[in-house]
Design a protein around this ligand. Structure first.
Ligand code: ATR
Length: 274
């Protein structure tokens, strides 16, 4: 019987995950189906359990259910525990539901492998302190940056995250204004501001020479943050399309124990965007 997978969210119509996983399956010769399924906002657990009870093998979970998925999982990976959210669920052979979070690996792999960059020993700035940022902090810190500053509109939320991850490296928190006079080698935008085409109020001059900037969002046009970065003299700007495909590849690996080649899939999606 063909193994069945799905991405669930609300809304879900825009999801690129079915196309990504179909490409992975074709490339690796895996026999599976992967659908996009709209879950009602109420009762995530009931709907997810119904999927698994009907023989479903794995789910990708997106907005707004990543916390519900975290609560549903019987067993959490260490990185999911740290992230406080789950984007990948799997039915184990022991009938337990396993929860993982592949977003951080997706981001870091995109920077390190696809863009041949590095995080080790870099002064890293992360913008935002919501769920998207919490999901990637542990994996960024595992690369041993020189320092990591979390800047957020609501500074207390950045401070809470800095305290929570302090055991993993040199992490501090501040406001956007307090960034003035500091310099960073890598700036990662994880605010939801880009969704509305907004830019956090960043001071001029915070990019070091040849600084790299990464927007976790992506779109057909350059993001507002990446336009800002280019105007500030960034050595390189990157958007989140590669992260999207890499996090999917890590989910695929968790489910199928096969690593797909992400480069052609990223290139295909990029071509379809424009
Ligand atoms: P997500 O799951 O996308 O991280 P979230 O948990 O609601 O969503 O977090 C949104 C993040 O984007 C927060 O850091 C938020 O700042 P606040 O904590 O101060 O609310 C940030 N954000 C959203 N809109 C923003 C804007 N227009 N300017 C700056 N930051 C913004």
């Amino acid at each position: 019987m063909t193994d069945s997978y799905a991405v669930v969210g609300n809304p879900i119509g825009h999801s690129k995950s079915p196309a990504i996983h179909a490409a992975f399956a074709e490339q690796t010769g895996q026999d599976l189906s992967y659908d996009a399924t709209l879950f009602e906002l109420e009762n995530f657990a009931g709907q997810a359990n119904a999927f698994f009870n009907a023989g479903g093998k794995g789910l990708n979970v997106t907005v707004p259910f990543k916390l519900d998925a975290w609560q549903l999982a019987d067993v959490l990976s260490n990185r999911a525990k740290r992230a406080g959210s789950v984007n990948t669920l799997m039915q184990g052979k022991d009938d337990k539901i396993y929860g993982d979070n592949t977003d951080g690996v997706g981001l870091v792999r995109d920077i390190l492998e696809n863009h041949c960059g590095s995080i080790a020993d870099k002064r890293v700035l992360v913008l935002g302190a919501g769920g998207a940022v919490r999901g990637v902090l542990a994996i960024i810190l595992a690369e041993k940056p020189k320092s990591l500053v979390i800047a957020n509109r609501t500074v207390s939320k950045a401070q809470t995250l800095a305290d929570e991850f302090a055991d993993l490296g040199r992490v501090s928190a501040c406001s956007f204004e307090a960034l003035a006079s500091q310099k960073f080698d890598l700036v990662i935008n994880g605010t939801a501001a880009s969704l509305q085409g907004d830019l956090p109020p960043l001071p001029d001059g915070i990019l070091a020479a040849d600084s790299w900037c990464y927007d976790m969002m992506y779109g057909a046009q350059e993001t507002v943050f990446n336009t800002w970065a280019r105007q500030q003299g960034a050595g390189k700007t990157m958007d989140g399309l590669g992260m999207l495909v890499e996090q999917a590849a890590e989910s695929f690996f968790m489910w199928r124990h096969v690593k797909p080649d992400t480069a052609p899939v990223i290139a295909k999606l990029r071509a379809q965007l424009s």
